[in-house]
Design a binder for this molecule. Structure first.
Ligand SMILES: [Zn+2]
Length: 328
């Protein structure tokens, strides 16, 4: 895994949308897209004696020689049932998750979700919350789930314990300041985690949110060969097993955000119920007492939207071109 190139891609995307909102979060906050400062009072929240001695990884390439011992997801997609959630446990439940926002593309996605009574999960970056607090407030008010996704989006296995704590806690504080809620789930950027990262997150009160279906839509930002049809093709294939799933998309990138309605339509048409991940897993979304609910039926007058945007002929063509479940 080439973590440096992924980081550069993310930085480029952040800079591209760096001046979206005038109404930034009040108060003094760390710089955008930079490792936030370490605060001693937060460091004390984690007992370092309890942390597994997983080696800090190089940013250039993961050392997978201890992948089994420390359950390094980036090496072998290793998961620990005690801390990690990667799927909805019940058949015909689907958790959509959108990462790296809130961004300029998020409001249009929210418009669609609201018009179709669809509830999903957003894994937000602290820097973006600082930049777009009003969008985060709208996400909350419209009944979606919010998950911590770090302040500056680093590969967590490559940074110190103190830095990981700062990445999580600054994002937690930004979310608390924007909407008054404290998420119970965090998602490691790029899924990069090992047992040290898990232990830190767990000691800070978090479960780790992963996924079992990846659209790779983030590649659309710099890969001219990326085809949006891959998103439809994959979802069309994924729904055929009728099992519960959690999918990964990104509302930071235009292709991921603007094609999400088609993915939602495919999942709905297959008879799935779309739920925030904490609803499909039967767990709490926040430390505060807030009850989220599953998606409801699409309002009758919104069926027109589906007919207008749903081109069955195109879909058949795409299915015929379908080759592999994941275009890695
Ligand atoms: Zn991310």
């Amino acid at each position: 895994m080439h973590l440096t190139s992924l980081s550069a891609l993310f930085t480029t995307a952040l800079l591209a949308f760096a001046s979206l909102s005038e109404a930034v979060l009040p108060g003094t906050w760390p710089p955008m897209d930079q490792p936030p400062p370490i605060k001693p009072e937060w460091v004390k929240l984690v007992d370092k004696k309890k942390l597994p001695k997983a080696p800090i990884q190089s940013a250039q390439a993961a050392d997978c020689s201890k992948a089994v011992e420390f359950c390094i997801w980036s090496c072998n997609t290793c998961l620990r049932n005690a801390s990690d959630v990667s799927t909805c446990p019940n058949d015909k439940d689907w958790g959509f998750s959108f990462d790296d926002g809130p961004s300029t593309f998020t409001p249009a996605l929210l418009d669609f979700l609201k018009s179709t009574n669809t509830k999903v999960t957003f894994a937000v970056v602290g820097s973006r919350v600082f930049q777009n607090p009003e969008i985060l407030q709208r996400i909350k008010e419209e009944g979606h789930e919010i998950v911590v996704h770090t302040w500056s989006h680093p590969a967590l296995t490559t940074i110190s314990t103190e830095q990981i704590i700062a990445e999580i806690k600054w994002t937690e504080l930004a979310i608390q300041t924007a909407i008054g809620l404290t998420p119970k789930y965090m998602r490691p950027p790029r899924g990069d985690m090992d047992d040290r990262v898990r232990s830190i997150a767990t000691q800070l009160g978090y479960k780790i949110l992963m996924w079992d279906r990846d659209t790779f839509d983030w590649k659309s930002a710099d890969d001219p060969n990326y085809q949006p049809s891959w998103i439809y093709d994959n979802f069309t294939q994924w729904v055929t097993d009728s099992k519960g799933h959690i999918s990964l998309e990104h509302d930071l990138y235009e292709i991921g955000a603007t094609n999400a309605p088609y993915a939602v339509s495919i999942v709905r048409k297959a008879g799935y119920t779309i739920k925030p991940v904490s609803v499909c897993t039967g767990t709490a979304a926040y430390k505060e007492n807030v009850q989220l609910v599953a998606s409801g039926p699409v309002p009758a007058d919104e069926q027109i939207w589906g007919m207008a945007c749903w081109d069955e002929t195109l879909l058949v063509t795409r299915q015929m071109n379908y080759q592999t479940p994941n275009h890695v």
